[in-house]
Write a protein that binds this ligand. Structure first.
Ligand SMILES: NC(=O)c1ccc[n+]([C@@H]2O[C@H](COP(=O)([O-])OP(=O)(O)OC[C@H]3O[C@@H](n4cnc5c(N)ncnc54)[C@H](OP(=O)(O)O)[C@@H]3O)[C@@H](O)[C@H]2O)c1
Length: 334
């Protein structure tokens, strides 16, 4: 038990697995009461029992964040049970792979409903109570992909850039109100997300290393709940990506495309799946997804594979620019 957390109440969406589950367990260990939301009731009940065994109260509220009324109900239930809440973590989210042309429009839109509009609904619901009580911390979970783009994940990237932009805007609106808005952007994390992924690429996918633990994200989120920070990247790989993209966006994007092709699409072929986008999947209720990254190896491979490919593309482009230059020179008579 930690004095700082005792009697604090935190609402967590997406608590039925992965990062949300890790946040709930860590909060419970520290002595905070938790309000657990997601679509799957059974894993939430199991988690609530684990939290209560640690000596705190845990309230389960089955919630679909794509439905604004369901999110309002979550806030009402939290206040009915505890009288207030100190923090709200908009963590629920789904992942989806596929080129834009492969991705069905309805799946793209549903992902936005969950990842982006779910965050908007959660923020509105939390804000109502934060205004009444005069304080509160909102944490919105974005991603490294809220900071740098990647190919074959345009829906996800759009949603996470949107979460980041929305949160930054809201943060400015709430300056000096006692209400903080924080964005947390994890790199690749070992959770069941990869098993829940909607995948229209035709290739079986696993996370590309380095893959960090959900507990690492949970520790960061607890830190941010206590000492609010505007934006926090979790995992050195994500920080390197953000720096590289900021410095050399063109080279980064070519490298990202080349290394994604080289590293991602090499496993077995598989059929398309909508994963947990339209409804929850029974499997994947743990904190970890069972992916153990070899870590540092990968960044080197990314840089070498991508760097070589980017260099090849650049050389080819230069050669073709030269040919074009020669043709133009001929045409212009220079
Ligand atoms: N794993 C990574 O590499 C990674 C990296 C960066 C950011 N993130 C972000 O971290 C967050 C948590 O993901 P995770 O890795 O822990 O994956 P996860 O294990 O699949 O957890 C996702 C959670 O979101 C819930 N959820 C999905 N759709 C929902 C809906 N419509 N309404 C309510 N809850 C919903 C799921 O529960 P139900 O299915 O029971 O509803 C589950 O509890 C997501 O926002 C994700 O984008 C993950």
């Amino acid at each position: 038990m930690d004095r700082v957390w005792k009697k604090k109440v935190i609402v967590i969406t997406g608590a039925s697995s992965g990062i949300g589950r890790a946040i709930a367990l860590l909060l419970a260990k520290k002595g905070a009461h938790v309000v657990l939301a997601a679509r799957r009731e059974e894993p939430l009940e199991d988690l609530a029992a684990e939290c209560e065994a640690l000596g705190v109260q845990a309230l389960v509220v089955p919630t679909d964040v794509a439905d604004a009324a369901s999110v309002r109900h979550l806030a009402e239930e939290a206040v009915r049970a505890f009288g207030h809440f100190d923090g709200w973590v908009n963590n629920a989210g789904v992942y989806m792979l596929g080129s834009l042309e492969e991705t069905p429009d309805e799946a793209f839109r549903q992902l936005m409903e969950i990842n982006f509009f779910g965050t908007v609904s959660g923020s509105r619901a939390a804000l109502g109570q934060f205004r009444r009580q005069g304080y509160g911390t909102l944490v919105n979970v974005s991603s490294t992909f809220g900071s740098v783009p990647a190919p074959y994940v345009s829906a996800y990237v759009s949603s996470k850039f949107a979460v980041r932009g929305f949160s930054a805007s809201l943060r400015q609106e709430l300056l000096n109100t006692g209400i903080d808005v924080c964005t947390v952007m994890p790199a690749a994390i070992d959770t069941p997300l990869w098993r829940h992924t909607a995948n229209y690429t035709g290739w079986r996918i696993r996370p590309v290393e380095p893959v960090y633990t959900p507990e690492r994200v949970a520790r960061t989120i607890l830190r941010v709940l206590r000492h609010p920070e505007p934006e926090t990247l979790v995992g050195p790989a994500g920080k390197s990506f953000a720096t590289m993209h900021g410095l050399l966006p063109g080279t980064f994007e070519r490298t990202m495309r080349a290394s994604t092709d080289a590293l991602h699409f090499k496993d077995a072929r598989t059929g398309p799946t909508s994963g947990n986008v339209f409804q929850p999947m029974p499997e994947g209720t743990g904190t970890s997804g069972g992916y153990h990254g070899a870590g540092k190896q990968w960044l080197r491979r990314f840089l070498v594979a991508g760097g070589l490919a980017a260099a090849a593309v650049t050389l080819r482009r230069r050669a073709s620019d030269r040919r074009l230059g020669v043709r133009l020179s001929h045409a212009l008579g220079a």
